[in-house]
Design a protein around this ligand. Sequence first.
Ligand code: BV8
Ligand code: ZN
Length: 277
Amino acid sequence: MSRDLQGEISRARDLLARAKSVVVLTGAGISAESGVPTFRGEGGLWKSFRADDLATPQAFARDPRLVWEWYAWRRSEVSRCLPNAGHLALASFALERAAATGASGGDASTASVTLVTQNVDGLHERAARDAAGTSDPAPALPLALHGSLFRDRCSRCGRATPALATVDTSSVDALPRCQRCGALMRPAVVWFGEALEAGVVARAFGAARTAEACLVVGTSSLVYPAASLPIATLEHGGSVVEVNPEATPLSDLAAVSVMQKAGDALPVLLSGKGLRV
Ligand code: BV8
Ligand code: ZN
């Protein structure tokens, strides 16, 4: 490992260890090592499709079968993936901090680690349960800004249900419908042009505005309002640590930019494993 990367990692580790409250923002990059394709990188999801062809309410109104085909494919891909060392390091970090401060995972203002994700793949939730074992996983459960691939909701009345195991996308008539009002069901994710859930946003930004450090992992920092979360930490005098093998628009604002994969960097940053001091 190069000396400056080693230096960056120990600076990042010290900054996070000193921070009494940490907000974490993750993007698709943290799931890349689990085999979940990112959106904008090599072989990214948007490569084969354009975001506005699929991830908008207009696309769903225009061609609900194609949109459902894409989400059903992603659901089957992701359900074969497992949380990686990066997810697990974050989950253990959140659980250990919560145990140390006695904070409940439910109240972002007291919990010393608030995990916020843009991802809809459910891997943070699985890592929280894996890391918690028989104890309460709540402190390591993320605020999911963009919803979940594994829940459906009615496109008209909003009735939410767990994701159907299989979706018949052979024709529009075969697509799942709401048992209450008969309208088409849709994946319970936030599409472009749709508002994020106000309560989730309020808790995420409430934590960012009081955090001493914002750890940003695996995001191109291009999608808003998620990308403004670390800015909220900076604006109140906190610091940003970025983990991303590539530079992003946030890199110049970060106190430390660890240009490494999440699965390699996070176990070292958050628990000190593997760091030669
Ligand atoms: C809204 C869910 C308003 C669906 C997604 C300014 C302010 C507010 C809004 C806007 C604004 N400017 C533009 C907008 C509109 C828009 C927007 O941000 N557009 C962008 C493209 C410019 N925002 C919206 O529409 C949002 N809604 O603003 O509503 C409103 C208000 C009131 C009433 C009505 C409306 C909604 C945005 C949510 C869209 N939904 N996904 C689905 O998943 O199918 S976004 C999608 O992009 C995913 O959620 C994804 O998480 C997100 C961000 O992408 P990343 O996670 O960053 O992934 P990416 O591939 O880009 O990058 C991966 C990174 O990882 C790379 O940097 C790579 O280097 C790195 N990496 C790779 N491997 C690794 C790694 N890092 C670490 N380790 C590795 N191994
Ligand atoms: Zn309905």
